[in-house]
Write a protein that binds this ligand. Structure first.
Ligand code: ME8
Length: 503
């Protein structure tokens, strides 16, 4: 039997500024899922990358007095370094200036053009460079783009158009037939509302004279490909569509993670493009909420409420930041990020609950058993609870309730801490006749921490590998693994403090 496949993508971020807590958030959620599926034994592919074309990037590079290619090259490096700091285990870092990607975009354009789904027309509309798209009158709030708080420019130009409206009835029917296609549900409803009236056709080119930074259309050298048409195709070009083996393996399982700001391109443009190309629809579109400043307002430099992920990582460690983002914010909802919140969460869950238990177990093993790992039967009830935990966590992750999955794991660790308090191992250690009882306690805690640390590995890969090695265990490789302790294994006498208190 071949293993199920799992393909997860982040948006490819605009190469016009450094990564920030928002791009980190979506990337950490994707990394969690990729690591989770790898541990579950699925054949996994994880894509992130950069969106390097378009007007916004062209203008930013110009404003910095440089040309676009060196500008995006530098940002690509900065993004890759950031992902390394946060232990992001992507399989591919897509860049839309990659020549192979350009070749595939031109191939798709030719195919859709030949099928009669692309035509030329004059167009007038309100364009937001921040969103890189025309906004409808209905989308404006007080005449401004709600996401960027600027008045979109009125533009009149000749563009090539994709017959998107033609596919509206089909897309609506798909969404109605597949309730899980877009989640959480409110974003599915938002999409259905957009589809209840004409969506129009999509302008898919820009005059090269105005935007000389993009992929030229194969049949019209005066126009370059519209940045969204170009960027969305990265999810396929990464798999070497249409002939690559990876396309056959991974495309059927694709799940896109996005923020709510880019719902329309992913919920309307992308499915209709796929339909026109004859490519099956994605499996799931998962829409995340926005992280806000501690004051509950959109983060912005002028409000002074921006949280810098690097400062946090330096102070508290990358894994504590990852854990905070995953544990604190229910996926799909907005939430306020604060350093105080991170500190409280780390103190309660990581230092006082998990770190404390590891420390207690290590001290007891070293003191009572000379560091030898107990090869003894764990308490049956605790073991059963640990096994139930695996099933519960699997179900919660599948529903994208990652914060609840982590809460469940921490509750189990609390149970283990209570078990120490209830069993009084320090008294058992004084009575040689109760040596077996002490072994049961030690083996139960050890097995419990083995299970909990495997389940926490997708959230905190670095720290869990440290935790495991402080107990003589190899880094987690699979959920199915169980205990793999050789008789005679001893825990290291020295181990650093896993989660320093009050960092
Ligand atoms: O839209 N909270 O790129 P982008 C949570 N290039 N997530 C946030 C966030 C916040 N405050 N701010 C940003 C683009 N994000 C296009 C995508 S895909 C084919 C092309 C995250 O750099 C969130 O995932 O503007 C959002 O959707 C994404 O960054 C937008 O990144």
């Amino acid at each position: 039997m071949t293993a199920p496949s799992f393909y997860v993508t982040t948006p490819i971020y605009y190469a016009n500024g450094s990564p920030h807590i928002g791009s980190l958030y979506t990337t950490v959620v994707a990394d969690f899922l990729a690591r989770y599926h790898r541990l579950a034994g699925d054949t996994t592919f994880f894509l992130t990358g950069l969106d390097e074309h378009g007007e916004k990037i062209f203008q930013t590079a110009q404003a910095r007095g440089t040309s676009p290619q060196p500008f995006v090259d530098e940002l690509a490096e900065r993004f890759q370094q950031t992902w390394q700091t946060f232990n992001i285990s992507y399989d591919i870092f897509m860049r839309t200036t990659d020549l192979e990607h350009g070749r595939i975009v031109r191939h798709v354009l030719e195919q859709v053009y030949a099928a009669g789904d692309i035509y030329f027309a004059e167009y007038e509309g309100r364009y937001c460079v921040g969103c890189e798209r025309f906004l409808t009158e209905k989308e404006l709030v007080d005449d401004l783009c709600p996401d960027h708080s600027v008045a979109p420019e009125l533009r009149h130009e000749g563009n090539w158009f994709f017959r998107m409206e033609r596919y509206r009835p089909w897309l609506r029917a798909e969404l109605l037939a597949q309730p899980e296609l877009i989640g959480p549900e409110r974003y599915r409803n938002e999409t259905l509302a957009m589809l209840s009236e004409p969506i129009g056709d999509l302008s898919i080119s820009r005059p090269r004279a105005r935007v000389p930074w993009g992929i030229p259309l194969p049949w019209d050298d005066e126009q370059v490909t519209y940045v969204w048409f170009d960027a969305l195709l990265n999810y396929l070009s990464a798999l070497d569509y249409p002939t690559g083996a990876a396309y056959g393996t991974f495309w059927p399982s694709v799940q896109h993670l996005i923020g709510k700001d880019i719902l329309k391109p992913h919920a309307i443009f992308w499915p209709t493009m796929l339909r026109a190309m004859g490519v099956p629809l994605y499996r799931r579109l998962l829409v995340g909420g926005f992280l806000l400043g501690a004051d509950g307002r959109k983060m912005s430099k002028s409000l002074g409420n921006v949280v810098d992920p690097f400062a946090l990582a330096e102070r508290y460690g990358a894994d504590a930041v990852r854990y905070y983002l995953l544990r604190e914010f229910p996926y799909g909802q907005d939430g306020a990020v604060s350093e105080a919140g991170l500190r409280e969460r780390s103190a309660a869950d990581l230092a006082n609950t998990l770190g404390n238990l590891v420390n207690r177990l290590r001290v007891m093993l070293l003191r009572y058993r000379d560091g030898a790992v107990p090869l003894f039967f764990p308490d049956a009830a605790l073991l059963a609870e640990g096994n139930d935990l695996v099933a519960a966590v699997t179900a919660l992750v599948a529903e994208m309730r990652i914060h609840l999955a982590l809460e469940r794991i921490m509750r189990f660790v609390q149970t283990l801490n209570r078990y120490v308090d209830d069993r009084h191992p320090w008294e058992l250690a004084r009575d040689p006749a109760r040596s077996d009882d002490l072994d049961t306690v030690l083996a139960s805690l050890f097995t419990g921490l083995d299970i909990a640390s495997i389940l926490l590995t997708p959230a905190m890969p670095g720290k869990m590998s440290e935790l495991r090695s402080s107990l003589g265990l190899a880094a987690a490789a699979s959920f199915a693994e169980g205990r793999t302790v050789e008789p005679g294994t001893r825990i290291p006498v020295e181990a650093g403090i896993l989660f320093p208190k009050g960092a």
